[in-house]
Design a protein around this ligand. Structure first.
Ligand code: ADP
Ligand code: MG
Length: 282
């Protein structure tokens, strides 16, 4: 792998959960992954991004991985625009507008011609639930049994579809951050967005992750509930009929996310989603 110097990094443009983004040569950005992110996952993101780009989907073109001070960097075509999240922060009164737009972008993605080379989502969910230490065997069995009854689906699934992964450009929105892409079931992906956004309901969420003062946290939690409700309502207004199936995906996607983001203190919220669905199981 090509070794490059830290001095070649331009201005830092962004920060995500796994990486920092810098200006880079040839009108690209460099997604410089944090040290602890496994190489295999980074290569997977690079390959998936290339696969989607080659298939003609509107995602940034990806270059070859480089190494800077022991961290891996993925050069990506620079997308000019602010994230949907930045738009919401600047104009919070437009949040419902943006969340409706998010739903519509998700639906558009699910209706593109499927890409067979993407890994199947079911295997990933199954392996993750089987391997977690956060659930008792009885709960795992119930979840896996419920998963068996749900349809595979054959859509492109992003798996991290949130406002921070949508860049809004002069030519329309571009979805970024494709590490989690699979082929699978749209309702599983809708449930994944719902579960992860439920983070903000967590009383354990460290205050530095809540972009408002502590005393208005109750307002923040109520707003999160309203957004979650609005999000689902808009999805089912456009694609009615899957409400029951969505309820079945919810605890499965929460269980699948149990090992993620430990530093955000959201495990309890996710466990509660699982336990609320199966209150009789210990
Ligand atoms: N191709 C790109 N062009 C311009 N900005 C980008 C690009 N990719 C990422 N960014 C910026 O960097 C932030 C983090 O990138 P992202 O790929 O979402 O990282 P993570 O996987 O860590 O969440 C984004 O929210 C966005 O602001
Ligand atoms: Mg991101």
């Amino acid at each position: 792998m090509e070794q490059r110097s830290e001095k070649e990094l331009g201005k830092q443009l962004g920060r995500g959960a796994t990486a920092k983004i810098y200006e880079w040569e040839n009108n690209q950005v460099l997604k410089l992954f944090d040290h602890e992110i496994p190489t295999e996952l980074i290569e997977r993101e690079a390959n998936k991004t290339r696969l989607l780009h080659t298939a003609g989907i509107n995602v940034p073109a990806a270059g070859n991985l480089v190494e800077i001070n022991g961290c891996l960097g993925l050069p990506l075509e620079k997308i000019n625009g602010k994230t949907m999240q930045e738009h919401i922060i600047q104009k919070p009164w437009r949040m419902f507008h943006y969340w409706r737009m998010l739903v519509e972008l998700q639906i558009k993605l699910y209706e593109i011609k499927p890409i067979q080379e993407l890994p199947p989502q079911r295997k990933f969910i199954k392996d993750t639930i089987q391997n977690t230490s956060k659930l008792e065997p009885a709960m795992k069995a119930v979840l896996l049994d419920s998963l068996d009854k749900l349809p595979d689906g054959n859509s492109i699934i992003h798996y991290d579809f949130y406002p921070s992964n949508v860049l809004i450009t002069a030519n329309g929105p571009v979805i970024i951050d494709w590490m989690g892409a699979f082929k699978g079931n749209p309702l599983a992906d809708i449930a994944r967005t719902w579960v992860v956004f439920s983070n903000y309901l967590s009383p354990d969420l460290p205050v530095e992750h809540v972009p408002i003062a502590r005393y208005i946290r109750p307002i923040h939690r109520q707003t999160t509930k309203l957004i979650l409700k609005h999000y689902l309502k808009h999805y089912f207004r456009l694609r009615p009929g899957g409400e029951k199936e969505f309820e079945a995906w919810k605890p499965i996607m929460a269980a699948t996310a149990l090992n993620e983001s430990p530093r955000f203190g959201v495990e309890k919220v996710r466990l509660k989603i699982v336990q609320d669905a199966f209150p009789q199981v210990k």
